[in-house]
Design a protein around this ligand. Structure first.
Ligand SMILES: *Cc1c(COP(=O)(O)O)cnc(C)c1O
Length: 413
């Protein structure tokens, strides 16, 4: 058998919509020694993480804890615990991740209804509300920040309308949590899924979720009722058992709650990482962190525009942490990306579906969202575009971004 060398990962500047660079403090806590999952020192950390997650989700919900698995495991846990076969689910699709919601809901036997809008746009909230009135679904499942198109769907009217129409509002906020406002309580969202590997800048491998008592009521009704203790009322409202064991939220909340009923073995090192990641977010402060994302987004956008490139998503519904750039006709987008990686160690992303080959996506998320990263990426992009013979205002981009930073410095003084 071959003897392999130890891992020696190259240093990268990661400017994608995830996974992004991880704060060195998070990397450090990941080498903390393992504790048993019922060790009070560890369960205390689990509890502290729940308290901090509530603040990040801006909610008073009792339940806010991570699912072990990548972000889609959080989506799957919520959808498979809430949706029973035959339930009507409405999914407005404005990019790739709307299709993921559909796929997961479908596997859980939902009667799916989708509405679509062109990739690069978002829905008028009234259109979705109108569709809910017509359809009367049990669940509305919707993406907040569509990383595939760089668009952010407003939810402030949709959430309250769901409450009024008795529809459960389930939101994929994987890309937005920790980077921009996700007001779970104010917007009346019933269940929200976040991600670690995006604006929280924790490695991929966990999915923080939160849900309210409207969701919990369904979990109770689907719990296997122990014979003998079920009341007549219980039996009347009894739902079908949740099919997934790993993603059964009714069992997971008994594990995260004071009963500490054994379910899985909590992912020890990832819990350390998440606890440190959310601690750092709250130490910075949500408002300051959101402002920082806006500032670096602005510098990046100004730089891109000044070098003569066109933005795909320069709209009022632009997702602050993903900037989509139209690939000029005369250059090969993949060749540019490859040269950025090989010559500069910078990673930017391509896109999917109808946007494949048409745009680059540049992320400014979490720990990757820093001045030196933005300036480095812009200067490298200008250099690489010159090498590719692009006829643009190359040389102007970096200066425009520096102007943005300078104007802020003067404003602060
Ligand atoms: C990244 C992303 C996901 C999937 O996350 P994984 O960690 O790869 O499972 C889901 N939804 C949105 C909006 C995302 O940006």
């Amino acid at each position: 058998m071959a003897v392999y060398q130890e891992i020696n990962a190259p240093l990268r500047t990661i400017m994608t919509p995830g996974p992004v660079e991880v704060d060195p403090r998070v990397l450090r806590v990941m080498s903390t020694p393992i504790l048993g999952q019922f060790d009070p020192a560890f369960t205390e950390m689990m509890n502290e993480t729940m308290v901090m997650l509530r603040e990040i989700f801006q909610t008073k919900n009792k339940w806010a804890f991570p699912i072990d698995g990548t972000s889609r495991s959080g989506i799957e846990a919520v959808l498979s615990s809430v949706i029973e076969p035959g339930d009507k689910v409405l999914i407005p699709i404005f990019g790739r991740f709307g299709h993921l919601l559909t796929e997961i809901a479908e596997r859980n036997g939902a009667e799916i209804h989708t509405i679509h809008c062109e990739w690069g746009k978002v829905f008028d909230q009234q259109e979705i509300i109108h569709e809910m009135k017509r359809l009367k679904p049990k669940v509305l499942a919707i993406v907040h920040g569509e990383t595939s198109t760089g668009c952010m769907q407003p939810l402030d009217q949709i959430g309250p309308a769901c409450r009024e129409l008795d529809v459960l509002c389930i939101v994929d906020a994987v890309a937005t949590i920790g980077g921009t406002e996700v007001k779970v309580d104010e917007w009346k969202l019933d269940a929200v899924i976040g991600g670690t590997q995006k604006c929280l800048s924790v490695p991929s491998g966990m999915a923080p979720i939160t849900y309210n008592d409207r969701i919990e009521k369904i979990l109770f009704s689907r719990k296997k009722v122990e014979k003998g203790i079920a009341t007549a009322e219980d039996l009347e409202s009894i739902g079908q058992p949740i099919r997934s064991n790993y993603f059964d939220l009714s069992q997971l909340q008994d594990y995260w709650g004071p009963r500490r009923l054994n379910h899985h073995t909590e992912a020890t090192s990832m819990l350390y990482a998440l606890r440190e990641g959310v601690r750092i977010v709250l130490q910075e402060g949500l408002a300051v962190r959101f402002q920082r994302h806006r500032l670096h987004e602005k510098a990046l956008m100004e730089g891109i525009k000044a070098m003569g490139l066109e933005l795909f998503n320069d709209t009022e519904w632009k997702l602050p942490m993903v900037t989509c750039v139209q690939i000029p006709a005369e250059v090969d987008g993949e060749s540019v990306r490859n040269m950025l990686l090989e010559q500069f160690g910078i990673e930017i992303a391509s896109s999917f579906g109808p946007l494949h080959g048409r745009i680059w996506r540049i992320g400014t998320m979490g720990y990757s969202c820093r001045k030196e990263n933005v300036l480095f990426a812009l200067s490298a992009l200008e250099g690489v575009l010159i090498r590719h013979g692009a006829k643009l205002n190359l040389g102007k981009g970096l200066q425009a971004a520096m102007d943005v930073y300078e104007s802020v410095r003067i404003m602060i003084k």
